[in-house]
Design a binder for this molecule. Sequence first.
Ligand code: F6P
Length: 352
Amino acid sequence: MRIGILTGGGDCPGLNAVLRAAVRTVDVEYGGEVVGFRDGWRGVLNDTWEPLTIDRCRGILPRGGTILGTSRDQPYTQPDGVQQVEEALARHQLDAIVAVGGDGTMGVTNDLHNDGVPVVGVPKTIDNDIASTEMTFGFQTAVEICTYSIDRLHTTAESHDRVLVVEVMGRHVGHIAVWSGIAGGAAVTLVPEEPFDLDDVASRITARHRQGSWATIVVVAEGALPKPGTLTLKEPPVDAYGHQRLGGIANVVAGELEMLTGIETRTTILGHVQRGGTPVAFDRVLGTRFGVAAVDAVADGAFGSMVALQHGAIVRVPVAEGVGHLKMVEPDLLRTAALFEPQHPRTPLPPS
Ligand code: F6P
């Protein structure tokens, strides 16, 4: 067996576990070689690659990022992109390419499959928003980092009786925000799934503080949106790939909350610290299981499939199922988070 493998899109902890597992599975169970394309699809188009061997993969399991590098380049921006991918397959005598990536990479994988190219997808993203898989690796690591940060912010918020607004990643969904908000004991969690009304949030925070509670941690997903007509946000800049560069909503939320509540409100934007560094054990194991399963899929000729986690088992789904729609936070989890939010007082508070 000869496979090509690449990592595309934003990096995420656990990518190296996939690479290591794919190499090991080819070597131990099928015999053959793995070609590691550099920087996502760019490496396929430019023919930049390295042989991925067991030796090359030693020591990479606990390392964040991806030893292959990554980019958002993709074949369909070039008139002869599909042909170039086919030529790469022929040049390296590959049975298939395993593409490890997020929704963008899975979209390209699906299109290539429809164009007759042998491909298998492995979903990754810290945002955990890819449909048809219960979890993507990288997500649990991000949640750990956010929870740890929220824990630390509690004590300083308490000492100063401040509101602290913590911004976490999640461009279309609030999985990281809700999980770390519940785990970290946030008072309020704002997510893209439920547009927010800061007047309402502010009045509940004010009541909370007047009742003697303090240290209000507000977790906001970077992609959270206000209810229409309540607040205007600036259009985010767009990068070279048409990808909106989010980040900074916490500053807007904090400014508004301070004005509305009169309580000093500060901001912490966690940013890429959520994506960097060593994966937690769960993500190492899930990445490893996905790597094994992707090679099995190639061996079975299951092209156009994406490996996924469903009910604790690793399964194959058509990659088409993983693209085009997002996995939102389950209503049950949103309800659980909301139970811990400050409520409007049952009886009106006396005037301050
Ligand atoms: O991987 C998804 C994600 O973490 C989003 O939550 C975030 O908006 C985006 O990546 C940022 O990616 P980059 O900084 O690489 O453009």
